[in-house]
Design a protein around this ligand. Structure first.
Ligand SMILES: *Cc1c(COP(=O)(O)O)cnc(C)c1O
Length: 358
């Protein structure tokens, strides 16, 4: 069987050697040595001032909204993982969906202004598959209407845009280090900001709102453990080879599938991409289902990522987003991971090619 993703695991001896540092001290959580070391290495790798390592990439979206006291309307994208929308609702805010553009499948910045009301407080947008949102345009709209910009950068680790990490933009950027993501710590995530005051607030939120006997604010538990940080410390040194291996597979798919002229999100000239996903949009949902079945028959798993379009969630009142609704019915992510062999990629592409001619 070939799965759509496969987790990169470091050498087991290396992991044991790393975890032994925490084991020997019997200090396995609560801002331990390995968590601190991972944070400082991530800050250095990403070139950012403040980065907090957390338990996952969902709680950081909630912390971001809380840090700016966002309680009303949040402009967001309907084409993302459900966690993006859920965080907004969970924090008691209203998601206002602005449709996506068909060029890179991110929020269509040209449509944001029309969705702004007196209650709009923030824009929460996703760099889908690691492709950057229209950062310049979003920044200027945010400045004009005094809105906070939060980027869900769950897919953006390793992407560089205009010479900087894609995770360094916005008032706050978040990332997920879940086992299915490009860089992972089993479970995990992080939150990034340039603002010293906000960084301090986020630090407190992560640990129940207090430091020792001093209680400053309401908080929650978003800490992560030494076992998780140890995984991150063992995976991070391999990040360049992980990205390079994925790039080779992506280029192979591109070549093999070129004749189908499948719709794909396009790269921005200023982007150094991380090759985190390989989405293709077929001409119709019918073609997608037929192709997916053909792959399943050969034990190859794909993922309808993202489906459904989040404006169609049954616990929300409907807001139209025709581009996202159409794309989400036609998009399929193909298997892409570190050690997917060229033979396997060749087999996958051949099955897809055959399924189109029916
Ligand atoms: C994976 C993902 C999340 C959630 O991250 P977790 O670490 O699984 O909580 C949020 N947003 C997007 C776009 C994601 O892909």
């Amino acid at each position: 069987m070939i799965n759509v993703t496969k987790t990169f695991l470091p050498d087991l001896e290396e992991y044991i050697k790393t975890i032994k540092r925490a084991w020997d001290k019997a200090w396995i959580t609560n801002n331990g040595e390995l968590v601190q070391e991972l944070e400082s290495k991530l800050r250095e790798y990403l070139g950012v001032k403040h980065l907090l390592y957390t338990s996952n990439g969902t709680i950081v979206l909630q912390m971001a909204l809380k840090a700016y006291n966002i309680t009303k309307e949040v402009i967001t994208t309907p084409f993302s993982y459900v966690a993006t929308t859920n965080a907004i609702i969970w924090e008691g805010c209203k998601p206002v969906f602005v449709d996506i553009n068909s060029r890179n499948f991110c929020i269509d910045a040209a449509k944001i202004e029309a969705a702004i009301t007196e209650d709009t407080q923030a824009i929460l947008a996703t760099h889908v598959y690691g492709y950057p949102c229209d950062i310049e345009k979003i920044e200027s709209i945010a400045a004009k209407y005094n809105l906070k910009v939060i980027y869900d950068g769950a897919h953006a680790f390793g992407c560089r845009y205009m010479g900087k990490s894609l995770l360094s933009y916005g008032d706050i950027s978040t990332c997920s280090f879940h086992a299915t993501k490009l860089f992972h710590t089993v479970e995990g995530g992080c939150i990034i900001t340039h603002d010293d005051v906000v960084a301090n607030r986020l630090m407190l939120y992560r640990q129940f709102g207090h430091i020792n006997d001093d209680y400053y604010t309401v908080g929650l538990n978003a800490k992560n453990s030494e076992f998780h940080a140890a995984m991150g410390l063992c995976v991070l040194p391999h990040i360049h080879e992980i990205i390079q291996a994925r790039k080779d597979i992506v280029e192979f798919y591109d070549k093999k599938l070129a004749c189908l002229k499948l719709q794909r999100p396009s790269e921005h000239g200023e982007l150094l991409y991380n090759y985190s996903y390989y989405p293709v949009a077929f001409d119709s949902e019918e073609t997608l289902i037929r192709t997916r079945k053909a792959l399943e028959a050969e034990q190859i798993n794909t993922r309808r990522y993202f489906y459904p379009s989040l404006n169609n969630l049954n616990y929300l009142s409907y807001q139209p987003a025709p581009v996202s609704e159409d794309l989400s019915k036609r998009v399929l992510c193909l298997p892409l991971f570190f050690d997917l062999s060229q033979d396997q990629a060749d087999r996958i592409a051949s099955i897809i090619l055959r399924a189109q001619n029916k």
